[in-house]
Design a protein around this ligand. Structure first.
Ligand SMILES: Nc1ncnc2c1ncn2[C@@H]1O[C@H](COP(=O)(O)OP(=O)(O)OP(=O)(O)O)[C@@H](O)[C@H]1O
Length: 309
């Protein structure tokens, strides 16, 4: 049985439809990521599941529990990362954790949580003195203080530098090792690709597609982008492009000066043919790369829109 099942979730704010019709199921132990551009409906979806906003329609089921009948039980078994503005600025790291622990009949030890979020050395620091990354780590610590099975993290890495983001990824991966289920939202495609067992791409309040990152990317790999640049300049690139265009494996090409890009359904075969030609003409290839597809390409392929963080 899934730990969380969401069916036909809907929510509008006046004329704005934030969530149109969202359904998915999350299995125990998964890192399940909801990714989408600004205003896609990620936070609204999460807040309805967390019991913070009433849906206009649809069902939310945590195993055999639902909000109407088992609210207290659900609250004990889930962890919600508070917005950093909800942290108590004048309390220390340790005091924030101890305070949140008193909200629950059972809690994890603050020592253990501080260790997991790597803030033991900062335990006596006031929140207002913490860096952005440290505040986010504390917020995650507060979400795990009741030792929940399911943890919700809403954009925990937004605005952080790459190192601070990676520190948060480490915590999420530790939670997975403990067998916890994490439901994450993010703007960062790379993050979704690295961390998630499954990714749900949302746009305009609807699911665009949902699967493992490898499956989603695999669906696109019928075509790969190959880049070539020539030491002999534009002429060599132009002539090689005309040969590339004649190959059955090449679907399209583009060229800027001596840099040639081509999209091929069989890149190795295309390159073999092209190298035959460049060798015959004695053209020197300066650089060559075959670009792997990413979740960003999946988003573009499904929505027809460019992805912007
Ligand atoms: N309380 C509210 N009142 C009115 N409109 C709202 C409210 N909350 C969200 N919206 C609107 O609903 C849509 C979805 O917002 P939501 O915050 O769920 O998106 P999001 O994907 O989390 O975006 P972001 O990545 O920017 O946080 C947006 O158009 C937003 O302006």
């Amino acid at each position: 049985m899934p730990v969380l099942e969401v069916k036909n979730l809907r929510k509008a704010f006046g004329a704005v439809t934030a969530v149109q019709d969202i359904s998915f199921a999350v299995e125990a132990g998964e890192i399940f990521t909801i990714i989408g551009p600004n205003g896609a409906g990620k936070t609204t979806t999460l807040e309805m599941i967390e019991g913070l906003q009433p849906p206009d329609g649809g069902h939310i089921q945590f195993g055999s529990l639902n909000w109407a009948k088992n609210g207290d039980e659900i609250k004990r078994s889930i962890g919600v990362q508070p917005q950093s503005s909800a942290l108590f600025d004048l309390l220390t790291v340790e005091e924030n954790l101890e305070l949140f622990a008193t909200f629950y009949p059972q809690s994890r030890s603050t020592e253990e949580v501080m260790d997991m979020i790597n803030l033991t050395d900062q335990r006596r620091k006031h929140v207002k003195k913490l860096s952005g990354g440290q505040k986010q780590r504390l917020a995650i610590g507060l979400a795990m203080i009741n030792d929940p099975d399911v943890i919700f993290l809403d954009e925990p890495t937004t605005g952080l530098d790459p190192q601070a983001r990676r520190n948060i990824w480490d915590i999420i991966l530790q939670l997975k090792e403990l067998g916890k289920t994490t439901i994450l939202t993010t703007h960062y495609m790379e993050e979704a690709e690295q961390l998630s067992d499954r990714v749900c791409i949302v746009d305009q309040g609807q699911i665009v597609t949902l699967d493992t990152p490898a499956e989603l990317i695999g669906r696109l790999t019928k075509e790969r982008e190959v880049r070539l640049s020539f030491l002999d300049g534009e002429e060599a690139a132009r002539e090689t492009e005309s040969i590339a265009k004649s190959l059955a494996s090449v679907t399209r090409t583009s060229r800027e000066g001596s840099a040639l890009r081509l999209w091929s359904t069989r890149p190795e075969e295309s390159l073999y043919e092209l190298f035959g030609y460049t060798k015959e003409k004695d053209y020197q290839v300066e650089q060559i790369s075959i670009r792997e597809m990413s979740l960003e390409d999946v988003f573009i392929a499904f929505t027809g829109k460019e992805w912007r963080d």
